[in-house]
Each structure stands twice: as structure tokens, then as C-alpha cells.
Design a protein around this ligand. Structure first.
Ligand code: BG6
Length: 488
């Protein structure tokens, strides 16, 4: 169904997120007929922009996507119908986020349903919500909704996340806040729930009796690019772990919810995160890339990237061993790793199963059989792949591992998506399933808090750009007699 008519109010209208992701997502939603006639966009930015100027700018950016195959959004052509639908509904006003007058102006202009989208730097999250609340803009009267979408990072540690929750919850109800994690907008992340809970053959073995360990990887080949200023005080742990990687962890490890209702799902996710034993430095490795190679080109060290200190100790790689203290997963380690400038681009979850109880067979040459591994692939090529053992053809009883699996692209036409369509649509529809609740966010920060504190003054290991990561991370698994799956 179409989303109810509403105004999408974007703070940070002139920013990158608006251009690269929000506009393409709206265009795709309009293309799918999911936006009502009464839909409109009001942008607020501190720079002076006019409606016509903004429309022309964004039309130019949309057109540029047809020439750039590497953009998140790439289209052969921009269809004038859905783009015209959006373009005609774009309005913009100048406003300082810190100035009460901005919110008074908004109160004069806005009526009915509004989604406030905070596409702004994290330091503005609290002040903008306070501005909205004080101007009465978050009051839901006459059946109209007022919702606030908050981008990441939500806090930078446990204390700051708690403080931010306190600030915003003083202005409106939890149910009005939609804390975004774009990993939940990825098609295959939602599919993990389907794979687990819609297949009777999988759920019975999804537990400690059959699973040896689980590996979660988000490896990127890109470096820190132009984001040194943001990345320096942030680092790989804060940037990726308590948010994106923990969301993947929840999907793969939470208990089956009683229904697909938002609170039922979010309750299970919160319980899972609360069961993570806080991570200590013995169970983690941080690394930073030195100069190396990427796709055949020489690339600089992190310390030589723009806006990065020459003696920076910020990590561009983090690996963690997690313990989940609950009935299903006790004793099953979860190994998480993420990094920039690694040997391959891959986001995936690998479930390593235990070997069969008795070694009836060996591989040719007498080696132990490779245990079954099921890989749930998220990026770059969504699908799954499972390693099973079969008999090699021939008179002798020799075994070999093979792979069985599927690629989404082989079965389904690719849905036009930049990953924000579902999230925007769900927010307009009032479905918070894919958004983070205050308790989950705080439990996530609590799980990594000891590590954040310990790493503050700790040295950082080094890995060559374009390599699989620091040796110390291999040692973290080798200690348990295990190894990371190769990245290429
Ligand atoms: C962002 C991080 O949230 O996620 C980036 O800030 C990272 O540093 C990105 O590159 C990864 O997302 P994706 O969708 O490209 O895997």
C-alpha cells in the first residue's frame, strides 16, 4: 500500500546523504507508486538555497548517476515520471539548527504527518530534537504522526548514548524515534530471519549442540577516503561493531520471535544483545593499515590520508571474540571482524558446524574432513553457499568438499534499491521493526565499553593495505584452533 501523505523534513538538505541516498530512495519509492499525492519534502539547511536552485541541483546529481556506474545508485536513465513527482514536491528553507527561530518557522509551515530526518552531524541530534520538542513540533494531535529518524552514530560510548536517549526521550515517546542502521535496509539482512525461521530443516541445528562457531565479516577494500575528520575520533570499532555487526549478530543468533510484530522482534534482539558478555582486550585486536596495494594500485597508509594525524592510533580494523551468555549459544564463540583496505570486499556471516560424531571417512590423503560451513552472503553478491562433503567419482571411497548455494540474482530481478527505500517507507508506515530501540542501543554500547576504555591509550597493530588484516587477528582464532575464512 501507499504510505500515508506526509512531509519528509530533512535537516541537512544540502548534504551528501540527501543527494546520494535519500533522493534515489524517494525516486525508487515514487517509481513503485508507494508515495501518496500528498507527499512532500521540506529541506532545511544552513546555506541559502531556493526551491528552484535545490531542484536543479538534485536533478543534476540524479543525472550524474547515469554516468557513474560505481555510484551507490546507478541507473541507465532517470525516468522523468517518478523524478518529476519528487522534484515538484521539493521545498527548502534556510535555517540554523541551533536557533529557536528555525523551529518557530517550521511550526508555522508544518501541519499533519511529518517525518523529521536528521541527516546531520551527530552533535546536532540532541539539539535538533530539543528544538523540535520545545516548539511543540513533536506533539501528535488529531491523529497526525510526528516521527524522528536519527542517523548513526548514536552516541560514541555507553555514557553518551544514554545521555542522548535521555535528551530525546524528554521530548517525545520512544515510539516516535526511528534510529536507523542502514545494514537493516539491506535486502539479505532481512532474509536471514526468513532463512532461519521459514525452513524447518535449519532451525533445529541452529544451536550450540551443532554449531562450532560463527564468523561475521564486514571487510572493505576502500580506505577512509575523504572522511578522515569523522574517522579519526571514531575508528573501526565505533563505526561498525556495536551497530552494523551487532545487527547481523542479532539476526543470526536471536531467539525466534513470537510473531513478526515490531516489538516481538525488537524484544528478541534486545535480549540477545544483553546476553553479550562485555568484551575485554584479550579477546580483541585492533589494527591500522600501512601503505600497500589495492586493485593493482599503490595506496597510502592511513596516517597519510587527508585529515589524519601522522601519529594517529585510530584503528581501521577490529576483530572481536564474543561470548553469548544464553541457553542456545553458551560456549559457541562468535568471531567478528571488520576493516578498511582489506584483501576483499565481503559482508557475510559464516556458520561453522561441528564435525559428525565419528570420523568414518577421511579426505583423499588422509586429512580430516572439512566441517560444514553455511555462508550467508550479504555483499557484494547476495546469496548463500554451504560447504558439504561428497564422494569423489572413482572406484575408491575418497571424499571432497563441494559448495551448494544460490545467488539472489539467479532467482529474482534486482529490486531498484539504495538500501534506504524500505527504511523510509517503514518509517512513513509506522513500522519500527528495522529500527533500533533505546535498550538495544545501550546494551550494544555496554558490550564494547570495556574495550573502548582499554583501547583509548593502547597501541594499534599494523596490517598492509590490501591484506587480510593484522597477524594478531589470526592469532586470536589460532589460539582456539580456528582460522578466519579467506577473503578472496
Ligand atoms: C557506514 C560506515 O556506516 O557503513 C562506513 O560509517 C562503512 O565506514 C559503511 O564504509 C559500510 O556500509 P556498506 O553498506 O557499504 O557495507
Amino acid at each position: 500500500p501507499q504510505a500515508p501523505p506526509c512531509t519528509l523534513l530533512i535537516f541537512g538538505a544540502g548534504g551528501d546523504l540527501t543527494k546520494r541516498l535519500l533522493m534515489p530512495a524517494l525516486y525508487n519509492l515514487a517509481g513503485g507508486g508507494l508515495l501518496a499525492e500528498g507527499f512532500s519534502v521540506l529541506g532545511v539547511d544552513h546555506n541559502p538555497l531556493t526551491d528552484e536552485g535545490w531542484r536543479d541541483d538534485l536533478t543534476g546529481t540524479m543525472d550524474s548517476f547515469t554516468k557513474d556506474p560505481s555510484a551507490e545508485f546507478h541507473a541507465e536513465r532517470i525516468d522523468p515520471k517518478p523524478w518529476g513527482f519528487i522534484r515538484d514536491r521539493l521545498h527548502v528553507m534556510q535555517g540554523d539548527f541551533a536557533d529557536e527561530a528555525t523551529y518557530r518557522d517550521l511550526a508555522d509551515r508544518l501541519s499533519g504527518n511529518v517525518v523529521f530526518y536528521l541527516a546531520v552531524a551527530a552533535r546536532f541530534f540532541g539539539p535538533v530534537v530539543e528544538g523540535l520538542g520545545k516548539a511543540g513540533l513533536l506533539k501528535q494531535t488529531d491523529g497526525a504522526f510526528r516521527r524522528v529518524v536519527i542517523e548513526k552514530p548514536f552516541g560514541s560510548d555507553l555514557d553518551s548514548a544514554k545521555a542522548l536517549n535521555k535528551t530525546i526521550l524528554a521530548q517525545a515517546d520512544e515510539a516516535q524515534f526511528y534510529r536507523i542502521d542502514h545494514f537493516l535496509g539491506k535486502e539479505t539482512v532481512q532474509s536471514i530471519m526468513a532463512i532461519r525461521f521459514a525452513n524447518g530443516m535449519l532451525e533445529p541445528i541452529w544451536r550450540r549442540e551443532y554449531v562450532d562457531h560463527i564468523e561475521i565479516t564486514a571487510a572493505e577494500t576502500i580506505g577512509v577516503e575523504e572522511r578522515g575528520g569523522f574517522y579519526e575520533p571514531t575508528g573501526a570499532l565505533r563505526d561498525m561493531v556495536p551497530n552494523h555487526l551487532f545487527q547481523l549478530l542479532c539476526m543470526v543468533a536471536m531467539e525466534p520471535p513470537n510473531s513478526f510484530d515490531a516489538e516481538a522482534v525488537r524484544n528478541e534482539k534486545a535480549k540477545l544483545v544483553q546476553a553479550i558478555r562485555p568484551v575485554t582486550p584479550e579477546n580483541a585486536v585492533r589494527g591500522q593499515y600501512s601503505a600497500g596495494q589495492e586493485g593493482g594500485h599503490a595506496v597510502p597508509a592511513y596516517r597519510d590520508e587527508p585529515d589524519v594525524a601522522k601519529d594517529s592510533r585510530t584503528e581501521t580494523y577490529a576483530a572481536l571474540k564474543l561470548e553469548i551468555e544464553n541457553w542456545r549459544w553458551a560456549g559457541v564463540p562468535f568471531y567478528l571482524r571488520t576493516g578498511k583496505r582489506m584483501a576483499g570486499r565481503r559482508t557475510e556471516i559464516a556458520i561453522h558446524f561441528k564435525p559428525p560424531p565419528f570420523a568414518l571417512f577421511r579426505e583423499a590423503g588422509g586429512a580430516d574432513l572439512a566441517p560444514n560451513v553455511m555462508r550467508l552472503r550479504i555483499d557484494p553478491e547476495p546469496g548463500s553457499a554451504t560447504r558439504i562433503n561428497v564422494k569423489r567419482p572413482g572406484p575408491q571411497m575418497h571424499l571432497a568438499p563441494v559448495e551448494t548455494g544460490f545467488r539472489y540474482g539467479d532467482f529474482f530481478d534486482p529490486a531498484p534499491t539504495v538500501g534506504y527505500e524500505t527504511l523510509l517507507y517503514d518509517c512513513m508506515m509506522g513500522d519500527p521493526t528495522l529500527f533500533q530501540r533505546a535498550d538495544s542501543i545501550e546494551a550494544s554500547w555496554a558490550a564494547v565499553d570495556p574495550l573502548l576504555k582499554a583501547w583509548k591509550d593502547a597501541p594499534v597493530a599494523s596490517y598492509v593495505a590490501g591484506s587480510p588484516g593484522p597477524e594478531e587477528a589470526d592469532a586470536l582464532l589460532a589460539r582456539d584452533g580456528r582460522a578466519w575464512l579467506p577473503l578472496d
